[in-house]
Design a protein around this ligand. Structure first.
Ligand code: NDP
Length: 490
């Protein structure tokens, strides 16, 4: 609960339920902090079960009409919202950066363009989605229907707020489901702005509902609700386990995109400059808060010292500071809590014998930003692959470098984790790149690159990095029930 005087002064985010912006039922709010300054700048609805219940009811009521709306019409709505995001992109860029702490240049290059792209991509994908037909020698024919499931629960994290929010709701809506979405309560602003756009373009009421609040209340109620047969979740592995537990009793359709501890493998025959550039990006983009970041850097022994020297030099030259300043590669991490968790993990690594090669501390910036959540990009050496920091996700600007002998060695090391989301391999030997790709247990492998994303590819992780695949037709398959119709030929 926030003190009364603040309540009157600050911008209050609202829930979007049944086509309207509404206050939470109990009129209770959570403080929203600006990572750049560490100050409260808006208030987020602390929604309760009743708010979620209202949203589910509205979505359920809207379902029949929406599923019978033509694909073309549904696509028109998504395109109209995407066009609005593009028109208001400066406002969205600033809002995303302010809410999350990420540099404005990054929100401008990645987050906001991808949000409108996601909507347009699925608006177009549905028009190319084919159903199958199977003929049985003169005796019968089968055709397959792909039908919407019902009310979809879409739960998204804080690291790429609007990007991942739209990545879920676009395929859910375009296939004819109605949606109750729960953005992370840490970064709710652009989802709220998105709801304003839905009203502006006249999206029918109840088709999309956005309920803000704590995951353990709003998210949990949604995942346990009998009228929500399908859940798409992106977030941490521990939360994923709870969701798997809550949904399994009802055999809900579930997609889980979870954490990673991704290997970045540098062979001694690679293009060193290219490997270095991508390693910097994979380590520190978005303050290391991307599930795909490469946090275990394996370097072949012959080039270990040289690569290490260059990596330290380049990392220590990275500028950390005001997300509004284009020159800063890193802005603030998302919250004070998260900053403290990252710093604790660095300390734990030191206790385990880790040597900090650069960074390792909070960065205090004088003046207005002195309470902001800044962390120096950090490289740690001298820790085995089975140490805590090499096994657990840090989700911050912290990487470890580890030497390796040969191909067999590094495959074993790379796979020796409970995660299996993504990996990068740097070598000029294409045969080796293919061999290693086949042996690495991760859903995504990049060769001589990192985070090149084609929205059509299957995206997701192995082991505790997730269940299922998203992207392109995979997302459309997930958000539909497959029904076979068989007709006998007499
Ligand atoms: P969390 O798992 O803490 O939260 C994700 C979402 O789930 C939030 O909206 C959260 O709400 C909600 N939530 C929390 N508890 C529950 C619950 N019991 N039931 C239902 N929903 C709940 O993850 P973070 O937001 O901290 O995001 C970081 C994590 O996401 C990292 O582990 C990262 O690797 C992973 N991630 C994975 C990606 C992938 O594609 N594989 C992509 C991006 C991130 P609230 O915030 O209010 O607690």
């Amino acid at each position: 609960m926030v003190e009364e005087p603040l309540l009157y002064k600050m911008k209050k985010i609202k829930n979007y339920i049944d086509g309207k912006l509404v206050s939470p039922f109990e009129n209770s709010y959570i403080k929203n902090y600006e990572p750049r300054t560490g100050k409260v700048y808006s208030l987020i609805p602390e929604s309760k079960n009743k708010d979620v219940e209202n949203a589910i009811k509205a979505a359920k009521k809207a379902f029949v009409k929406w599923k019978n709306t033509t694909k073309e019409k549904r696509a028109e709505f998504l395109i109209a919202i995407a066009n609005e995001i593009e028109k208001q992109k400066e406002k969205f860029i600033k809002a995303e950066s302010r809410d999350n702490g990420k540099p404005e240049w990054l929100a401008a290059k990645v987050d906001i363009p991808r949000a409108s792209q996601n909507l347009k991509f699925f608006a177009s994908a549905i028009l190319n989605y084919e159903s199958k037909f199977h003929e049985m020698d003169n005796s019968a024919i089968n055709y397959t229907l792909k039908q919407p499931v019902g009310v979809a629960g879409c739960i998204s994290p804080w690291n790429l707020p609007l990007y991942l929010f739209t990545w879920k709701i676009a395929p859910a809506l375009i296939t004819g489901n109605t949606v109750v979405a729960k953005p992370s309560e840490i970064t709710p602003m652009t989802a709220y702005m998105f709801s304003e756009l839905c009203i502006k373009v006249g999206l029918p009421k109840g088709v999309l509902n956005i309920v803000h609040g704590y995951g353990e209340v709003v998210g949990e109620y949604l995942t346990k609700h009998v009228d929500v047969p399908i859940i798409s979740f992106t977030g941490g592995t521990e939360t994923g386990k709870k969701i798997a537990n809550n949904t399994s009793k009802m055999f809900k359709k579930v997609s889980l995109e979870l954490g990673g501890k991704n290997p970045n493998i540098i062979f001694d025959d690679c293009d060193l400059n290219l490997a270095l550039d991508y390693t910097i990006k994979a380590s520190f983009t978005n303050q290391g808060q991307i599930c795909l970041c490469g946090s275990r850097i394996f370097i072949q022994k012959k080039i270990y010292n040289q690569f290490k020297k260059n990596l330290i030099k380049k990392t220590s030259a990275l500028k950390v500071g005001d997300p509004k300043n284009k020159k800063n590669f890193l802005g603030a991490v998302v919250s004070k809590d998260h900053m403290n968790k990252i710093l604790e993990k660095i300390n734990l690594a030191k206790k385990e014998g880790g040597k900090i090669l650069t960074g390792g501390k909070r960065k205090i910036i004088k003046g207005e930003l002195k309470e902001g959540y800044y962390i120096e990009p950090t490289i740690i050496e001298n820790l085995k692959n089975d140490s805590f920091i090499n096994q657990e996700e840090v989700f911050g600007p912290v990487v470890c470098i580890i030497p390796f002998e040969n191909e067999k060695d590094v495959i074993k090391l790379a796979n020796d984790t409970k995660y299996g989301l993504s990996s990068s391999i740097f070598t000029k030997d294409i045969d080796k790149a293919h061999r290693v790709s086949r042996e690495i247990n991760s859903g995504i492998v990049w060769i001589n690159s990192w985070m090149i994303r084609d929205l059509r590819i299957p995206f997701g992780g192995m082991k505790q990095s997730g269940v299922g695949r998203e992207g392109g037709f995979k997302s459309l398959d997930f958000f539909t029930e497959t029904k076979n119709v068989c007709i006998k030929i007499n």
